[in-house]
Structure formats: structure tokens, C-alpha cells
Design a protein around this ligand. Structure first.
Ligand code: SF4
Length: 286
């Protein structure tokens, strides 16, 4: 059996920085350390951090001390509450996400209407929305893109910014850009910014390349990880025999045995240990 392993698999820069930073803080801290939301969308990593003493909370109001902000970022109100409550924040928001916050804030202040491509319930989008002011719409699909054009026309808007979540699908962003570019009246000034992070873009391209070559494709990553889901969608489009698993216990070994060429990709929050364990099992399949 031939196994093609993606070159871009493993933690991305933002996730690595947050996890290593959290571990360092836990080593040195003699007081409780909190983390607002899951630090990464990966059960194994979360369990490990919990064992090291990290306390996961859902809202900043549950914090009683030092609190870690994860790579996705948070709404700006969280910073305000922390200042008022005297909570020390350790901010691991990825610089790529912070850059988007700065861009939308700048354009919102210049009077632009913001069209934000992304998943409505994703924490990164929820955080970014808080920097956009009132004039913003989230675009998840073609239907949203068409609706947003109608709304903008009715509101007499004269300038718009089209921008995207860091882990949005590149292919989908191009589709949204085309719809909005074609449908928006030409007198409305449109600024487009592709803010999909390079790591995400490279992983998506590599997933497509591998999926086109193999008979069976394995995507490793958390079920609630946005970038893993996107990789699975891309993989499934080009290789109908695609599966998304979190760890080696979920490997469909009997199914895999039917194929000669297997591709392996992993999301940005998948730890190396999980990937290596799965590769080891694959190596031993007869
Ligand atoms: S996927 Fe990109 S934007 Fe998101 S944490 Fe990783 S490096 Fe940062």
C-alpha cells in the first residue's frame, strides 16, 4: 500500500504558539490558570492541558484569575470586562486574526459596510464582528452573498469591504467574490481582501492535489475544528472515499485494506502524536 502524507500537516504557527505558551504558564504558575473556550479543537490536547491544571471556562465572568485567550481571538467586550474585573489576560490571539480585527475596525471607521465571509457561529467570526460596528453581514454561502447585495442596495451604501475568516475555503471565497463583484451595482466602491491565512491556503491546495491522486483519503482532526471540516469537504470533492477521524481508534482498517493508494492530511490543530500513531497503524496494515 502506498501512503502519501501531506507536507503541511501538523500544528500551524498560531496553534503551536498558544499550546506551548499555555504549557509554560502552567509550569510556572502557583495560582489557577483559566482558558476561555477550547484552546484548540482537539480532544487529546485539551485532556492533556486539563491534566496539567488548565481550567476551561465558557465566559469571562467565570474567571477568577489569569485567563488565556486562544488563537481564534475574542470579542472586544472580553477585554473590557477583564479590565473592570482586574483579570489578567494572556492573549494568544493569532497575529493573523488580530490583523483582520485591525482592518475591519479601520474600514468600519471610514464608513465602509463590511461583508465578512465565514461561519456564523465560529468564535473567530464572533470576535471579529465586535470590531465591525453596526454595518456588517456574515456571508457563509451563495444565498447569503445574494441577500447581502439586496440589503446593501436598499440601504444606499456607497462603499463595501469584502473580507474573510482566516480558515474560510479559498474556493468558496472566490465564488462569493464573483457573486458580489458581478451583482453589486458598479457605483458602489468594493474593496476585496483575501485574509485566509497562508497555512490554511497551502493545506487546502495540498489536500486537493493529494485527493486527486489517491483512492482513499484520511483527514485527521477534531470534529469541531473549522479548518479540518474544510479539508474534509475539499478531499471528499476530489476523492469520494474520504474519511475524517480524530485518532487511531477511529481508523476504518477493513475499508482501508481495499485500496492501494492512501492520502493523509491533518487540520491545523491536530497534534503530531495523533498523526504519528495513525501513520504507524497504516504502516502495519497488510
Ligand atoms: S490557522 Fe492561520 S490564522 Fe488560524 S491560528 Fe493557525 S496560523 Fe493563525
Amino acid at each position: 500500500m502506498d501512503v502519501i502524507i501531506g507536507k503541511t500537516i501538523g500544528f500551524c504557527f498560531g496553534v503551536k504558539r498558544a499550546i506551548e505558551g499555555a504549557k509554560e504558564i502552567l509550569k510556572d504558575s502557583d495560582e489557577p490558570v483559566y482558558c476561555l473556550g477550547e484552546l484548540v479543537h482537539n480532544r487529546e490536547v485539551i485532556k492533556d492541558l486539563e491534566n496539567k491544571g488548565l481550567k476551561f471556562i465558557d465566559t469571562i465572568f467565570q474567571s477568577k484569575g489569569k485567563t488565556i485567550i486562544r488563537a481564534h481571538g475574542v470579542p472586544k467586550q472580553v477585554y473590557e470586562v477583564a479590565v473592570q474585573a482586574g483579570i489578567k489576560l494572556i492573549d494568544y490571539t493569532c497575529p493573523k486574526v488580530l490583523q483582520i480585527h485591525d482592518i475591519v475596525y479601520e474600514y468600519a471607521n471610514k464608513g465602509y459596510f463590511i461583508l465578512l465571509c465565514g461561519t456564523k457561529q465560529h468564535p473567530e467570526i464572533i470576535g471579529t464582528l465586535s470590531f465591525c460596528g453596526e454595518n456588517v453581514l456574515v456571508i457563509e454561502n451563495e444565498e447569503d452573498a445574494l441577500k447581502s447585495v439586496d440589503i446593501i442596495e436598499k440601504l444606499n451604501i456607497d462603499k463595501c469591504l469584502l473580507i474573510t475568516q482566516t480558515t474560510f475555503s479559498l474556493e468558496k471565497f472566490f465564488i462569493m467574490r464573483e457573486i458580489i463583484g458581478n451583482e453589486l451595482p458598479k457605483n458602489i466602491h468594493l474593496v476585496e481582501k483575501n485574509t485566509i491565512c497562508q497555512t490554511t491556503e497551502l493545506r487546502q491546495k495540498e489536500t486537493e492535489q493529494i485527493a486527486k491522486k489517491v483512492q482513499y483519503m484520511i483527514i485527521i482532526g477534531g470534529k469541531n475544528s473549522s479548518n479540518t471540516k474544510k479539508l474534509y469537504e475539499i478531499s471528499n470533492k476530489y476523492c469520494g472515499n474520504s474519511v475524517c477521524i480524530q485518532n487511531k481508534s477511529e481508523l476504518p482498517i477493513e475499508e482501508i485494506k481495499k485500496y492501494q493508494t492512501i492520502g493523509v492530511m491533518a487540520g491545523a490543530s491536530t497534534p503530531e502524536e495523533s498523526i504519528n500513531e495513525i501513520l504507524e497503524v497504516l504502516k502495519n496494515i497488510k
